[in-house]
Design a protein around this ligand. Sequence first.
Ligand code: CMC
Length: 428
Amino acid sequence: MESESLTVVDNRTGIEYSIPIVDGAIRATDLGQITGLDGTGLLSFDPAYLNTASCRSAVTYIDGDVGILRYRGYPIEQVAEQAGFLETCYLLLEGELPTPSALDRWSDDVRSHTYVHTNINEFLAGFRYDAHPMGMLLGAVGALSTFYPDAKHISDPENRYLQRVRLIAKLPTIAAYIFRHSRGLPYVLPRNDLDYIGNFVNMTFEIGGRHEPNPVLQRALEILFILHADHEQNCSTSAVRSVGSSQVDPFSAVSAGIAALYGPLHGGANEAVLTMLDQIDDLANVPAFVEAVKDGSAGTRLMGFGHRVYKSYDPRATLVKKVADSVFAETGLNPKLEIALELERIALEDEYFVSRKLYPNVDFYSGLIYQAMGYSREYFTVLFALGRLPGWIAQWEEMLTDPETKIARPRQIYTGVAERPFVPLENR
Ligand code: CMC
C-alpha cells in the first residue's frame, strides 16, 4: 500500500517537502527539514496542545463530537453501570477486565496497604485548620515519596506494581484524614473488613465508633469515582506524564497531577460551580447571570460548562445526572439543583453557548451530589483526585514503557531582547 504523505511547498524557496502521515498525524520533528527562523528548522507552535498529540495511548478513547468515552474499549455507560471501582482500576492499569480470582488478589493487595506511616499524621497536623484540602493532598502525596525511597526504581515492573498498590490504597486514607483535619476530628483508621468505598466513607464520617453506611450513597460515590477514572491527555494527566518523563518517582509525579487538577479550569471546577450557584442565589437571577457571563461582567465563565474535547454533551454529565436522581431520592433535593437546571436550560438554548458548543461537563452536577453526601465544597476536588488516580498511574506506566518516551521538553519562540551588554549596578 502506498504510504500517505503531505506535500508542503515552501513558497520562499520553491522547495517541495514530503512529510509522512502516520496514524493521522505528521511528526513535528519532520518539519525541522524545512528552514524556519534564523536558518534553524521550522517549529510547530501549539502552546495549549490544541492540535498536538503528545503520545500514543491505548488507555482511553474519546470522540468529542458525538460524546463517546471508552475505557480500554468498554463504553463508559457499561463500565459505570456494571463495574466496581477497583475493577475499573484493574481494567485501566492492566488493559483487561479482571477474572474473579485476579480481582480478589488485586483487592487483597490494595487492602493490605491502606495504613499510612504515623508521621503522615504529624505532617498533616502542621497545616492550618483552614488549609485547602487540595493543597494538603498534593503536599502529603509528594511527602509519601520520602517514606518510600524504593519508589525511585521505576524501571522495575514489580516495584512499579508495589507503588501503584500503595498509591491506590493510601490516598483514601490520607484524603479522609484531610477531611477530618478541617473539622478537628480525630483520624479514623482504615477498616480492612470493609470494601474500598465503604472504608473511605467510614474513615470520613465515623463518629464515636459509629457510622451507618448508606448503600445508595456509597454506590453513587463509586460511580462518580469510575466516571472520573481516566480522561486521556487532560491537563493533570499530561502533568503526570510530563513530570514523570524526568524519571522521578510516581508519588512526586502524581502530586504534580494533583496540583494541575486543583485549578478551577480543571478539577477545581466542581468547587467553582457551587460558588457560582451561591453567587446566583435565586432562580430569578439566572437570566441576568447568563447575560453577565456572556458580556464578561460576571467575572467568571459558566463553570461546569465547556470542554476542550467534547463538542457535544459530555457523556459523563449524562451519567452524573442519573446519579444525582438516585442520591437526591435519598437525601432530599439540594436547593441549588433548581438553579443548576435552569442555568442548563437557558444555556442550551442560548446562541452564545450553542454556537461555541458549550455543554455541561462532568463537574456541573457532581458538586451538588458531593454536597448532598455531606462533603464540603473545598473537598470536592479531592474526591475527583481519588477517582482520577488510576488513570494517572495507568498513563504514567504507559509513558514509562513506551520506547519513544524521552524527557518532555518543549521548544519556544524567543520574543525577548537580542544580545545587549550588561550594565553594572552603579550605572543603572
Ligand atoms: N463559559 C462561558 N464561555 C466559555 C466557557 C464557559 N464555561 N467555556 C468556553 N467559553 C468560550 C470562551 O470564552 C471562548 O469564546 P470566544 O471564542 O468568544 O473567545 C470559546 O468558548 C472557546 O473557549 P476556550 O477557552 O478557547 O476553550 P478551551 O477548550 O480552551 O477551554 C475549558 C475548555 C474547559 C477550560 C473551558 O470550557 C472552561 O473554562 N470551562 C469552565 C471551567 C470548567 O467547567 N472546567 C471543567 C472542565 S471538564 C472536567 C475537567 O477537566 O476537570
